[in-house]
Design a protein around this ligand. Structure first.
Ligand code: SF4
Ligand code: SF4
Ligand code: SF4
Length: 620
C-alpha cells in the first residue's frame, strides 16, 4: 500500500536493530509519529504505514554474507565505453560519488557543461517496461508525446534500411497512403524507463476482445533487457526524420521530431516534462530557455547530468537557470540580446550587400519565419550568406557579421517555471515582462503547489485542496493568471492540459511561438504532490477539463487583427461533477477523511466557483 516508499520500513528496521532506544519504545514512538504525520491524509494511510511497521518486524532476518560470491550478475560500468571523454572522466566520477576527488581543472573553464548527459545515466529503475504490439498499434503518437521521460521514440524509414537487423527489432508498415516501402518503428529506451505506466493508459488501441490489452503493455524488463539494448543500437543507425517531411500540426506527425530533452530524473510519471519535450521537438536549436528555480531547474540542470540535448550536428536549445524572483527579467534579457544581435546582423548585411548580393541580403532580411518550411528556407539563405561572408576574409565588418549571422534565423525565447514562480515569487517580474510587449513565450508548468520543496500552497492552489500551509484546505480560489494577462489585450494566452487534449496543447504552443509579442501558456501538470498514482495522470487531466475545473482556451490577439473574436473556449461545458475529478486525489480526499463537513462545504463552494468561472469565460 505504500508504493515505492521505503522510509517507514527502513526506519523500523534501523531502530529494531540498533538499540538506540529500547525496541518496544522505538516502535511505539514510530507508530505515534505515523499517526501524527499522516492523520490528515486519512485513516487508510495511517493503517498502511502501521501495517508496514508490523510487516517489516515480521520479515526482519539476518542475511548471511557468503564467503564467496556466487552470483553471475555483474555490475555494469557507470557509463559505457562509448561515452564521450568528458562523461567518462568527469560525469561518471560524480555519478559514482567521487566528485570530491576531481581536481578543479577537470571543470569546464567557462562553466558550460556538455549537454545530453542524462542519456549516459542508465538508471534501470523500472521492473516492468512497455512492450509494443505492432499489429494493434495505430501509430497515433499519443504514447511518445505523453511519456514524461522521453523513453519512446518513433521513426519512419525506408525498408531498404532493414539490413543486419536484430531478430527482436519490431517494425510495421507506415500507416499512411502512398508509402509502400516505408516502415514505422517505436523504440523504447527501457533502461531509462521509470515504469510509470502512463504510456499504457493513454494508448487508445486495444485488442478487439480485451480492452485492457493495449498496443503497449507493461511486462518484466529483465527478459528483454539484452535484446532491447541491441534494438536501441540498431535504432540509432536509422536516420533522424527530416523536419521538412514532418507534419508539425498533428500529434501523429510530431512523434517523428527528434526530442532534445531526454531521460530527465523527474519523478516517475511527472506531468511537467512532456511539455518540455514537446517544446524541444518543435523549436529545437532556435529555443533559448530561461528556467526559473523549481522542479524544472532541478531535473533540467542539476549536476552531474542534464536532459537538455543536442542533435547530431551539436545544435540544440540553449538553457540556463535563474532565480524564482528574477527569471522573467532574465529571459527578457535573452530577448533584448537577440534583438540587438539581429539589428547588428541586418546593419552589417546591408553594409556588405554589394559584395554579398543585394537580392540574397534583402530576401534574408524580409523572410517570413513562422512555418517550419520558412525556417528551413531561411537556414539555407543564412548558409549561403555565411559562405559568401567567409570568402570576404578580413574585409571590414565580415568577421563581426559572421559572429551574429545565425541570429538571422528567428530565435524562440522561452521563460519556463512553475506556479510558485509565475503566480507568486516571480509574479511582479513576469507582469512587467508581459507588459513590455516583447516577443517572449512564457510556459508555466502548473502543478498548483511548490512541488520541489514538498508541496506548499501557492496562489495557484485550488480552493479546498490540502497543501502545506493550507492543512485545513485552501479557503480561496486560485488566482486567474490567464485573465490578468488577457486584460493586456496584446498577450497571447492559452490554458492547456495535455492529458485532456494533446492536439490543443500542440496548437497553443505553436500559436504562442508564432505570435510576435508576449505569450503565456498555463499547462496543467499532474504531480506526486496531488496524491495518486501518476500512471493515471493524463486521465486525471482529462477529468479536470471534463469537470470544468480546467477549461481549455486560447486568447489570440492575431485573431482580433484578422477581424475575428480573439477568445476561443476549446473544451465543452462541464460534463461531470467536480467531485468525480477532485476526489481521485489525496489533496482533496484527505480533508474529507479528517474534516468531512468542512470538506463537503468547500467542495460545494469550489463547484460553484468552477461554474461561475466557466460562465465568465463563455461570456468573453
Ligand atoms: S512506463 Fe512511463 S517512463 Fe516508461 S515508457 Fe511508459 S510513460 Fe515512459
Ligand atoms: S499510443 Fe498505442 S496506438 Fe498510439 S502509437 Fe503508441 S502504442 Fe501505438
Ligand atoms: S515533484 Fe511533481 S513536478 Fe516535481 S518532478 Fe516530481 S512529479 Fe514532477
Amino acid at each position: 500500500g505504500l508504493g515505492g516508499r521505503i522510509n517507514t520500513v527502513l526506519q523500523t528496521c534501523f531502530f529494531a536493530l540498533s538499540g538506540v532506544l529500547p525496541r518496544d519504545e522505538a516502535i511505539r514512538r514510530i507508530k505515534a509519529m505515523i499517526t501524527h504525520s499522516y492523520a490528515e491524509k486519512g485513516a487508510v494511510v495511517v493503517a498502511q504505514n502501521n501495517a508496514a511497521v508490523d510487516q517489516a518486524l515480521a520479515e526482519l532476518h539476518e542475511v548471511i554474507i557468503p564467503a564467496i560470491a556466487t552470483s553471475v550478475l555483474e555490475r555494469p560500468p557507470i557509463v559505457p565505453a562509448t561515452a564521450p571523454a568528458f562523461v567518462k572522466r568527469v560525469t561518471a566520477a560524480i555519478m559514482a560519488g567521487h566528485g570530491d576527488a576531481l581536481p578543479v581543472s577537470a571543470m569546464p573553464v567557462d562553466g558550460t557543461f556538455p549537454l545530453g548527459t542524462a542519456a549516459w545515466e542508465k538508471r534501470n529503475i523500472a521492473e516492468d517496461v512497455p512492450i509494443w504490439e505492432t499489429d494493434l498499434c495505430i501509430q497515433c503518437g499519443q504514447c511518445s508525446i505523453a511519456c514524461p521521460h522521453s523513453v519512446i521514440c518513433a521513426r519512419f524509414f525506408d525498408v531498404a534500411r532493414l539490413v543486419d537487423v536484430p531478430e527482436t527489432f519490431k517494425t510495421a508498415p507506415v500507416n499512411a497512403r502512398g508509402y509502400p516501402d516505408t516502415r514505422f518503428t517505436l523504440q523504447f529506451y527501457v533502461e531509462d524507463c521509470t515504469g510509470c505506466g502512463l504510456c499504457v493508459e493513454v494508448c487508445p488501441a486495444h485488442a478487439v476482445d480485451d480492452p485492457n490489452h493495449r498496443a503497449i503493455n507493461m511486462a518484466p524488463k529483465a527478459p528483454v533487457l539484452v535484446s532491447e539494448r541491441a534494438n536501441i543500437a540498431f535504432f540509432e543507425t536509422l536516420p533522424v526524420n527530416d523536419r521538412a517531411l514532418v507534419d508539425f500540426a498533428d500529434v501523429r506527425g510530431v512523434q517523428f521530431l527528434e526530442p532534445l530533452f531526454e531521460f530527465s530524473g523527474a519523478c516517475g510519471g511527472c506531468g511537467e516534462t512532456p511539455y518540455l519535450r514537446l517544446l524541444s521537438q518543435l523549436f529545437g536549436d532556435r529555443a533559448q530557455i530561461a528556467n526559473a528555480t523549481g522542479c524544472s531547474s532541478i531535473y533540467g540542470g542539476s549536476l552531474p547530468v542534464t536532459p537538455w540535448a543536442t542533435d547530431k550536428a551539436g545544435r540544440g536549445p540553449a538553457w540556463s537557470n535563474s532565480l524564482f524572483e528574477d527569471n522573467a527579467e532574465f529571459g527578457l534579457g535573452f530577448r533584448l540580446a537577440a534583438d540587438m544581435h539581429l539589428a547588428l546582423a541586418v546593419r552589417l548585411l546591408r553594409d556588405l550587400a554589394p559584395s554579398l548580393g543585394a537580392d540574397l541580403v534583402e530576401a534574408a532580411i524580409a523572410a517570413p519565419q513562422i512555418r517550419e518550411s520558412e525556417i528551413v528556407a531561411q537556414r539555407q539563405r543564412v548558409a549561403a550568406l555565411r559562405a559568401r561572408v567567409t570568402a570576404l576574409g578580413d574585409a571590414p565588418g565580415a568577421r563581426d557579421l559572421l559572429s551574429v549571422l545565425d541570429h538571422m534565423v528567428r530565435r524562440s525565447i522561452w521563460l519556463v517555471g512553475g506556479d510558485g514562480w509565475a503566480y507568486d515569487i516571480g509574479f511582479g517580474g513576469l507582469d512587467h515582462v508581459l507588459a513590455s510587449g516583447r516577443d517572449v513565450n512564457v510556459l508555466v508548468l502548473d502543478t498548483e503547489v511548490y512541488s520541489n520543496t514538498g508541496g506548499q500552497a501557492s496562489k495557484a492552489t485550488p480552493l479546498g485542496a490540502v497543501a502545506k500551509f493550507a492543512a485545513a484546505g485552501k479557503r480561496t480560489a486560485r488566482k486567474d493568471l490567464a485573465l490578468q494577462a488577457i486584460a493586456y489585450g496584446n498577450v497571447y494566452v492559452a490554458q492547456v492540459a495535455m492529458g485532456a487534449n494533446p492536439q490543443h496543447t500542440l496548437l497553443a504552443m505553436r500559436e504562442a511561438e508564432a505570435w510576435p509579442g508576449p505569450s503565456l501558456i498555463l499547462a496543467y501538470s499532474h504531480c506526486i504532490a496531488h496524491g495518486y498514482d501518476l500512471r493515471y495522470g493524463m486521465k486525471q487531466q482529462d477529468l479536470a477539463t471534463a469537470s470544468g475545473y480546467w477549461p481549455l482556451f486560447r486568447f489570440n490577439p492575431a485573431m482580433r487583427r484578422a477581424g475575428e473574436a480573439p477568445f476561443r473556449l476549446d473544451s465543452p461545458r462541464p460534463s461531470i461533477p467536480l467531485k468525480d475529478y477532485a476526489y481521485n486525489e489525496l489533496r482533496y480526499r484527505s480533508l474529507a477523511a479528517s474534516r468531512p463537513e468542512e470538506a463537503a462545504a468547500l467542495l460545494a463552494q469550489a463547484g460553484t466557483a468552477v461554474m461561475e468561472k466557466y460562465a465568465q469565460y463563455e461570456a468573453l
